[in-house]
Each structure stands twice: as C-alpha cells, then as structure tokens.
Design a protein around this ligand. Structure first.
Ligand code: HEM
Length: 213
C-alpha cells in the first residue's frame, strides 16, 4: 500500500512491536525490582505473580529486555551520534524549553535530548546486565566472591535508578511533543510534524520519496 503524500514513515511494524514489548517488560522489571529493593514495595512482587515467581522471572525478563533493547539500539545507533546542529541546539536550550522552535537549527531523526536518553539507556542497561549476572542465584553467583556480589548489587540499584529516571523523562517528552506517540503506535508522522521537529530528517525522507515516485 502507498503512503499518503502528507505522511512520512518513521517506524516499521517490527520496530513498533519491539518497542512496545520492551516498554511492557521494562515496567514489569522496574516494579518487581522495587519489590526486592525495599520492604515498603514488597506488594509490587505481585506484578509477576508473587514473591517466588518474581524472584525467578525477574532475571529472565531482564535478559529478554537486553536482547530487545540492543536489537533496536543497533538499528538506531547511527541516528544517535552527535551532529553539528545538535551542538547549536544544546546552546539554545532556553529556546527549546520555551517552545521557540522556529529559532532552532534543523535537526536529524533525533534531537540531542533523545540522543542523551538513548546513550543513558545503552550504558545503564549494560551495567544492569553485568551486575545482574554476577548476583544471579543459583546460576552464576556461586562463581563470584561475596564482596563482588555486594558491589554488583549496589551497581544494579544505581543503574536501575538511572534507567527508571531516564524512562520517566522519555515518557514525559513523548507526551510533551504532540504527534510523537502516534509515530510509535501507527508508524507515521505528518510532513508538517517532521519539518517542524526534525527538519534535516524530513528533507532526507522527502528526497527519498521523490526518488521512488
Ligand atoms: C510507556 C512507555 C514508553 C513510551 C510512551 C514511549 C514512547 C516513545 C516514542 C513516542 C518514541 C518515538 C520518538 C520519536 O520518534 O521521536 C520512542 C522511541 C524510543 N523508545 Fe520509547 N517509550 C516508552 C518506553 C520505552 C522503554 C522502556 C525503552 C527502553 C528500555 C524505550 C526506548 C526507546 C528507544 C530506543 C526509542 C528510539 C529513539 C532513539 O533511538 O533515540 N522506550 N518511545
């Protein structure tokens, strides 16, 4: 089926299925992880079927998240490198926050804020995996000395904190920029949206569309 002329495709069905699976798994991991973190959050273990199931499933779900996340990250990494206009965009952060978008330089597929979210997740999810494997009883923890397991538990909590704060910012930004959520639910954005928020990407996509028409 041809895409209507006023629309630009932003995410493939595979990207969207991957993203929303990752979002659901992340929420389950965050809630069950909080249940292990402090007795006040113990009731959250019921999100995975009670304390015993939560303890069994949490690490396996973590591995699924890692696979889904790095599969998506690998496809998006080149779009998340810092470009020339990004530096200028960051210098004009006041214009960004005050919605003076017309003063900002044109941006590629992602703006520097989105790129920061991306790299923060790349690092925090890698640390969660590494520290999680070291603590994972009964499979791997037996191979490591107890002080290292304790250190891993500290790193796991700190990186989970960073990942959760990053995702809260990610969700806030997705709601703040109208039309953004639709790109991840329906896969397309309007030309006007793309020109307004991601001028360089819009130009590139329009050129591609012209070549194929
Ligand atoms: C309910 C929670 C979430 C919502 C509402 C949400 C929303 C969105 C939206 C609207 C986009 C498209 C932004 C654009 O193209 O301009 C996006 C992209 C993305 N999201 Fe989410 N998201 C959620 C959870 C997550 C989680 C849990 C992760 C990772 C663990 C994640 C990772 C990503 C990545 C990697 C991208 C591509 C952007 C990039 O490469 O910089 N999202 N999300």
């Amino acid at each position: 089926m041809r895409t209507p002329r006023h629309r630009l495709i932003r995410y493939s069905p595979l990207d969207r299925a991957n993203h929303w699976s990752m979002a659901m798994i992340f929420i389950l991991l965050a809630l069950s992880g909080l249940a292990f973190f402090h007795p006040a959050f113990f009731f959250l273990s019921h999100t995975l079927g009670g304390p015993v199931w939560a303890r069994i499933l949490h690490p396996f779900l973590g591995v699924v998240l890692v696979l889904l996340f790095y599969a998506m990250a690998a496809r998006h990494v080149s779009r998340n490198l810092l470009g020339e206009n990004d530096v200028q965009w960051m210098r004009q952060i006041r214009d960004v926050l005050d919605n003076r978008d017309e003063k900002l330089p044109p941006i590629g597929k992602y703006n520097p804020g989105q790129k920061l979210v991306f790299w923060s997740l790349v690092v925090s999810i890698a640390l969660l995996l590494l520290s999680g494997v070291i603590m994972w009883r009964p499979w791997f923890a037996g191979y490591f000395p107890i002080p290292l397991i304790r250190f891993a538990s500290l790193i796991h909590s700190l990186s989970a904190f960073v990942a959760i704060v990053t995702i809260v910012i990610h969700i806030y930004a997705a709601i703040w920029v109208k039309g953004s959520i639709r790109s991840m639910t329906r896969g397309w954005v309007t030309r006007a949206w793309a020109r307004h928020h991601h001028g360089l990407w819009a130009r590139e996509q329009e050129e591609k569309q012209r070549e194929h028409s």
